[in-house]
Design a protein. Structure first.
Length: 446
C-alpha cells in the first residue's frame, strides 16, 4: 500500500508535502516536508511541539506526532510545476502512540465511532457562504475601515461579464482538482456575497472538505486582488454568511434512515428524535456552531438566519428546515441553519451529531413544525407556542455550553476547557470596546 501510494506521489511530480491539521479554533496549521521524507512520515509520523498549538498539550507533555491520513492526499492545483506541492491532512497522536483527545479531528472521529456502534453513518453537506471584498481601490469614504463589496450583484444574478462569475468558476475548478464534487454555485443575496455548494459526504470527509474549501476560496480570491471573508456578519443591515448544514443518518447498507414514505413530512421517528435532540441542545450548540462575538450579529430576525428555536418544512426563518424532496428519497435530510463559517467544522459536526443522538437515545419528540414566518412573532406569540430563542450574544451561548453536559461530553473535557477559556477571553475583550454605534448615539447626548 505505502509503495503504490509513494509511486503515485512520484508520478504526480510532487516535491513538497504540506502536512495539515487544525487547532481548536479551526485555524489551519501546516508543516512542510520534502517528498523524500514522506516514507518516514507515513511510518513514524512527524514530531512537533504540541504546547505551541492552542489547546493541544501542556508544556510538560508537549511532544505530539502528526500521522498523515493518506486518503486525504491531494496535489494543490495552484502549485507550480517543478515545485509541485501536495497536502495531506493528519491525525495527531501523543508520545505513546495513542490518538490525542485534544485534537478536533479526533473529537469528530470519536463521535462518528459512537454513531457507528449504533449502526449509523452521519452524512453532512455544509453550505458555506462568503463575501468577496476589494483589497484596494475605492475606499468606503464614510468608514475607511469597512469592507467594500467587489460587485453590485444580488441573489442568483447572472452576468457573463461579472468578475464574480470568473472567480467562482476558478474556485470550482480548483475544488474539483482537489477531489471535491461541486454541485452548484450562485450569487447570494447581499452585494459581493456568494455560495458554492459541494456534494455531501460522511462527516469526516465533509469537515476536511470545508477546511479545504476555505483556503481554496481565499487563495483564488487573492489571485484576483480580492479577499474572501467568512466573517458571519461583515456588513450591518444586509444578510450575513451562514454555513447551513444538511444532515442525515444512513445505515451500513447505505439506506437513508430519515426517509419514511408514509409520514406526512416524509420523515422517520428517528429523524424526528434527531431534530428534537438538536432543538433541545440548540443554545449550547450555538457556542460551537456560531463561535464568535460577530456570529450573534447574524442570528437576528430578518436576514434569513435563525433567531428562534423551532423547526419547519420550508421556512428559512426556522432553526431547522426540512428541504423539499425531489425524486431522490435518499436525499431526505434536515438542515441546521445556525452554524456559520467561523466554526471549526470538526467540532461542529461532532456536537451536532451528539445532540441528534441524544434525541434518538431518549426517544424525544419535537413540537409541531412552525410554518409561518417566525420573524414576525412577538414575545406573546413565542411564549404561546413555547418557542425558545437562540442566545443573543456569545456570552449567553457560553453560559448554555457550561450547563450542557451532552455537548461538553462530545467535545471532551480538554477541548471544552480550552474553548470556554478562549471564548470567555474573546468576549471579555469585546465587552470593553467603545464602538462607533455608541459614539454616534451617546457622545453628544449623554
Ligand atoms: N445568508 C443567510 C444566512 O445567514 C442564508 C441565506 C440562504 O437561505 O441561503 O443564513
Ligand atoms: Mg445560501
Amino acid at each position: 500500500m505505502a509503495g503504490s501510494f509513494l509511486k503515485q506521489v512520484e508520478q504526480d511530480g510532487v516535491q513538497f508535502v504540506s502536512l495539515q491539521f487544525t487547532d481548536v479554533m479551526g485555524t489551519i496549521k501546516s508543516v512542510t516536508i520534502p517528498v523524500g521524507r514522506l516514507e518516514d512520515a507515513l511510518t513514524e509520523g512527524v514530531w512537533f511541539d504540541g504546547s505551541s498549538i492552542q489547546g493541544f498539550a501542556r508544556i510538560y507533555e508537549s511532544d505530539l506526532v502528526l500521522m498523515p491520513d493518506v486518503d486525504t492526499y491531494r496535489v494543490l492545483p495552484w502549485s507550480a510545476p517543478g515545485r509541485r506541492r501536495a497536502r495531506i491532512i493528519c491525525d495527531v497522536h501523543g508520545a505513546g502512540g495513542e490518538p490525542s483527545l485534544h485534537v478536533p479531528r479526533q473529537v469528530l472521529k470519536r463521535a462518528l465511532a459512537r454513531a457507528g456502534a449504533m449502526g449509523y453513518t452521519f452524512n453532512v453537506g455544509p453550505e458555506l457562504e462568503f463575501f468577496l471584498f476589494k483589497r484596494e481601490g475605492e475606499p468606503n469614504n464614510d468608514h475607511p475601515t469597512r469592507p467594500v463589496p467587489h460587485d453590485v450583484g444580488g441573489y442568483f444574478d447572472f452576468s457573463p461579464r461579472d468578475e464574480a462569475q470568473q472567480v467562482r468558476s476558478e474556485i470550482i475548478l480548483a475544488l474539483e482538482a482537489l477531489g471535491m464534487q461541486v454541485e452548484s454555485s450562485h450569487h447570494e443575496v447581499a452585494t459581493g456575497q456568494h455560495e458554492i455548494d459541494f456534494r455531501y459526504a460522511d462527516a469526516l470527509t465533509s469537515a476536511d472538505n470545508a477546511v479545504t474549501f476555505k483556503y481554496t476560496v481565499r487563495g483564488v480570491a487573492a489571485s484576483h486582488g480580492l479577499y474572501a471573508s467568512f466573517m458571519p456578519k461583515p456588513i450591518f443591515g444586509v444578510n450575513g454568511s451562514g454555513m447551513h448544514t444538511h444532515q442525515s443518518l444512513f445505515d451500513e447498507e447505505g439506506t437513508n434512515l430519515f426517509y419514511d414514505d408514509d409520514d406526512e413530512h416524509k420523515l422517520t421517528r428517528l429523524a424526528y428524535s434527531f431534530i428534537a435532540g438538536q432543538l433541545e441542545h440548540a443554545r449550547a450548540l450555538s457556542a460551537v456552531l456560531a463561535p464568535t462575538v460577530n456570529s450573534y450579529k447574524r442570528l437576528t430576525p430578518g436576514y434569513e438566519a435563525p433567531a428562534y428555536i423551532c423547526w419547519a418544512q420550508l421556512n428559512r426563518s426556522s432553526l431547522i428546515r426540512v428541504p423539499a424532496l425531489g425524486m431522490e428519497t435518499s436525499a431526505t435530510r434536515v438542515e441546521l441553519r445556525c452554524p456559520d463559517p467561523s466554526t471549526n467544522p470538526y467540532l461542529a459536526f461532532a456536537v451536532m451529531l451528539a445532540a441528534g443522538l441524544d434525541g434518538i437515545e431518549r426517544n424525544l419528540v419535537p413540537p409541531p413544525p412552525v410554518n409561518e414566518d417566525v420573524y414576525h412573532f412577538d414575545q406573546c406569540d413565542l411564549e404561546e407556542r413555547a418557542i425558545g430563542t437562540l442566545p443573543g450574544t456569545l456570552a449567553e451561548a457560553l453560559d448554555a455550553l457550561e450547563d450542557d453536559e451532552v455537548i461538553q461530553e462530545a467535545l471532551g473535557p480538554s477541548i471544552t476547557d480550552t474553548f470556554l477559556r478562549a471564548k470567555r477571553a474573546e468576549w471579555g475583550e469585546y465587552r470593553i470596546q467603545v464602538t462607533d454605534w455608541e459614539l454616534e448615539r451617546y457622545l453628544m447626548g449623554a
